[in-house]
Design a binder for this molecule. Structure first.
Ligand code: PMT
Length: 404
């Protein structure tokens, strides 16, 4: 994340809403990631939270009135507008949304909005009746037609005790939208299908066969693909992870469910990355009642699951797609991965040594080697977030060469 935000000038417009205190945390996160944050506060925003808070958190001057008393920066709106890599308005009150929809230019924030050509993200926060009012909805439509990114607010109990849409979106989601805005977008207009997590194969209503996959690697890939501009579908086995913002998640349990979902979704995808740890086998018989301890056999009869990746590699439209596999190996790592690369007909395979500390299942880091027909690239031991970014960089290179 640091790499994307570092040195980027973000103009942060804070308007009059009780949610103003929440974005102090956002500004702090952005500043920690080395973004250069200039906060503009409307007059009403300054009634909810003191400018000093934002000055301390951003380490930068906070702007308020259109003209400073000493007239030291008469063209602040133009300077800010030109310096901006991105303009974020959060929380955006109904009043500010209405003024922006009508092109008003009567304070520093509205003039900066008109003068900038940077992307603009608007995060509404207000009482749900105000938000749902036709006037606000029409104003939001106008902003969207201007090309602004208006983020749907969350729903829930409001400060005024009304229940409904209007709560400021959470930072985790806002962060993803900001990162997507500021990232290169090699996958714009592309559909990427990613699988993640384990599968579970039932023995009886209480027991199942599975593996140690947490889904972290696949979910990091989904986030990185979204930031890269893709339309992302994530087919996920059971995990405790939240669905990444902007990603369509389809939850499955068994290898057979994953197989049918992936086969259906693969038709429209031009890039497929299979990081899920699919059970190779399932019990031949699923008991409908919990098997009693006294009756349980000491051996379990198994049958093979479909090899989803292998099937994808044999499809008639294989050459229209980029197909990436993973390999979880514990011995003869590169040799075993190469066999899978060839047998499953992949563009490349990402292999991890699951016996190495800080690599493979469950942990937040990974150490991956990328192998294709010609090359072997050792990625550094790093976070799964960064590993995902590097894997997608390789995918972007293949895509570029294909579309040349
Ligand atoms: O989820 P985490 O905790 O973050 O852990 C990440 C990970 C270790 C699961 C991930 O980095 C990884 O290695 N994923 C692949 C695990 C695996 O099943 O490897 P494999 O060598 O058994 O399978 C090879 C490839 O074939 C994989 O792309 C797999 O998705 C696919 N496969 C396997 C079996 C099967 N029946 N169908 C498949 O599509």
């Amino acid at each position: 994340m640091a790499k994307i935000l570092a040195g980027k000038r973000i103009i942060f417009g804070v308007t009059g809403s009780i949610a103003a205190f929440k974005v102090a945390g956002w500004v702090s996160h952005l500043a920690k990631e080395e973004a250069l944050v200039s906060v503009i506060m409307t007059e009403s925003a300054q009634r909810f939270i003191a400018p000093l808070t934002f000055a301390a958190l951003s380490g930068e001057k906070v702007y308020g009135a259109m003209f400073a008393d000493d007239m030291s920066e008469p063209m602040a709106h133009i300077d800010l507008a030109q310096a901006a890599s991105l303009l974020v308005i959060a929380p955006a009150s109904a009043q500010t949304i209405a003024r922006l929809a009508h092109g008003m230019a009567d304070d520093l924030l509205s003039t900066t909005v008109l003068a900038t050509r940077a992307p603009i993200i608007v995060c509404p926060a207000m009482n749900s009746k105000m938000y749902l009012h036709q006037a606000t909805q029409e104003n939001i439509t106008k902003l969207r037609n201007f090309g602004y990114i208006v983020v749907d607010p969350d729903s829930g109990m409001m400060a005024c005790k009304d229940d409904g849409p209007g709560r400021l979106v959470e930072w985790d989601s806002a962060q993803e939208i900001i990162l997507r805005c500021l990232s290169d977008k090699p996958f714009l207009g592309k559909k990427i299908l990613i699988t993640a997590g384990p599968t579970r194969e039932a023995i009886d209503p209480a027991r199942f066969l599975s593996n140690r996959s947490s889904g972290k690697m696949g979910y990091a890939l989904a986030r990185a693909a979204y930031r890269g501009g893709a339309d992302v579908t994530l087919v996920s086995g059971p995990t405790t992870l939240e669905c990444p913002y902007g990603v369509e998640r389809i939850e499955v349990e068994t290898a057979e469910e994953m197989y049918s979902t992936v086969m259906e979704k693969s038709r429209e995808a031009s890039i497929i990355i299979k990081s899920a740890a699919v059970s190779d086998f399932r019990p031949t018989e699923i008991h409908t009642q919990k098997v009693k301890k006294d009756n349980i056999k000491t051996s379990l009869e198994l049958q093979a699951n479909p090899d989803i990746l292998f099937e994808l590699g044999q499809q008639a439209d294989r050459n229209d797609k980029i197909l990436v596999g993973f390999a979880a190996e514990s011995a003869n790592i590169e040799k075993e991965a190469r066999k899978k690369l060839t047998r499953k007909n992949l563009d490349f395979i990402a292999v991890n040594n699951i016996k190495e500390e800080g690599s493979g299942f469950g942990v937040d880091t990974n150490k991956i080697t990328l192998i294709d027909a010609e090359d072997t690239i050792h990625l550094p031991h790093t976070s799964k977030e960064e590993t995902a970014r590097l894997i997608l960089e390789s995918v972007a290179t293949i895509l570029k060469n294909k579309t040349r």
